[in-house]
Each structure stands twice: as C-alpha cells, then as structure tokens.
Design a protein around this ligand. Structure first.
Ligand SMILES: CC(C)(COP(=O)(O)OP(=O)(O)OC[C@H]1O[C@@H](n2cnc3c(N)ncnc32)[C@H](O)[C@@H]1OP(=O)(O)O)[C@@H](O)C(=O)NCCC(=O)NCCS
Length: 176
C-alpha cells in the first residue's frame, strides 16, 4: 500500500486523507487564508463556492485528497489535490490534476509528496492519463510536476489574465 503519511524535516507528520463533508470548515480555513499568488489559477474563492464543493462531493468520481498536520490548535488542513474527471466515453480515461499547498507550508516537500500520491491514486483507479495547466512562469510547480512524471505538451499564449497582464500557460500531461 502506498504511504498515507510522511515526515517534514522538523519531524512533523503530514497525512493524506480523502475529503468528506465534515472537512468543510478546515477546507474553508485553507482557501480563505491563501495568498493572492497561490489563488491565481483558482476561481474567486468565497464561502458559497467552498460549500458548493462540499455538497458536490458525492458526485465526484474521485474524491479530493486533503493534507493535514497537527498544530497546537488541533488538526489543520494545509493542502488539497483534486482529479477532475469527465465520464464521457472520449475522456473517461483521463483526469485533470489540481493542487494547492498553503503558503505556510510551501517549499517543504508537501507538494511533491502530494503530487506523487495523486499519481498513485490515479493509477490505482485505472486512469490512463493525467493532465494539468500551469502558469509558464510558475517554475516551482513545473519543477515539481516534471519530477513526478509530467511532460510539457503544449503552450497556450496569453491564456490567463492576472495582475494587469496576460500570462502564458503550459499544458502538462503524463501517461500512467
Ligand atoms: C506548486 C506547489 C503545489 C508546490 O508545492 P510545494 O510544497 O511548495 O513544493 P515542494 O516543497 O514539494 O517542492 C518544491 C520544489 O521546487 C523547487 N523550486 C523552488 N523554487 C523553484 C524555482 N523558482 N524554480 C525551479 N524549482 C524551484 C524546490 O527546490 C523543490 O525541488 P526539490 O524537491 O527537487 O528540491 C505549491 O507551491 C503551491 O501550492 N503553489 C501555489 C498554487 C500553485 O501554484 N498550484 C499549482 C497550479 S498548477
């Protein structure tokens, strides 16, 4: 079985778990405190959207995976990854990967471990391909994704508008 937890350099235990409706407040805590930079590829985040995501959980073919640590105040959700799936015959072999790690925990190995974990989840569910879109200047994310097996499949010029200008996007994918 693939490891469900790992340790940070300081010994903190980081755990993965499937999201349930009971995680609503923790997920809101994660998204409502992200920096603008970390939210730039996400839709505008508000309470209604997070509640909609929570209510939609029963409809998801693949449940999002949450990353948690124990802090003084109790368990805290510090990351979330999703596999968005389209069940139509032409697309059901693949899923779109999405990931965010809270700013407080970025750069400590959480994103790499979570990305690898999601590759394992996708394989174990019988998917044949994962795809994702990433800002072309998001070098950290691209580094993490390449280390987890993704390759660059294409460039979409001026694909997103953020902070007063258009940004190129790179489509990445990996065969499983
Ligand atoms: C992208 C993201 C998921 C990565 O997670 P993370 O926990 O910060 O990443 P990790 O600590 O596991 O790994 C970071 C790696 O990038 C490398 N890195 C850091 N800055 C870098 C840079 N400017 N250029 C290239 N590599 C860089 C680190 O050295 C490390 O690589 P290593 O493990 O080989 O040493 C996280 O930063 C995040 O959520 N960012 C905001 C949202 C986002 O960009 N999501 C992806 C949208 S597609």
């Amino acid at each position: 079985m693939y490891p469900q937890s790992f340790s940070l350099d300081d010994g903190t235990t980081v755990r993965f778990k499937e999201e349930t409706s009971e995680d609503l407040e923790s997920v809101w805590g994660l998204y409502s405190t992200l920096s603008v930079e970390s939210r730039k590829t996400l839709p505008p985040i508000n309470r209604n959207l997070i509640e909609l995501w929570s209510r939609s959980l029963p409809n998801y073919a693949f449940k999002p995976v949450l990353v948690s640590v124990d802090e003084r105040g109790g368990e805290r959700i510090i990351g979330r990854a999703s596999l968005t799936h389209d069940a139509s015959p032409a697309s059901k072999h693949r899923a779109e990967f999405g990931i965010v790690v809270h700013d407080d925990y970025q750069g400590r190995g959480v994103g790499s471990n979570l990305s690898l974990f999601m590759v394992h989840v996708a394989r174990s569910k019988g998917l044949r391909k994962l795809t994702l879109d990433v800002f072309a200047d998001n070098q950290r994310a691209i580094h993490v994704f390449e280390a987890c097996g993704y390759i660059k499949e294409g460039l979409f010029p001026d694909h997103y508008w953020f902070r007063g200008r258009f940004h190129d996007v790179i489509r990445m994918g990996q065969a499983l």
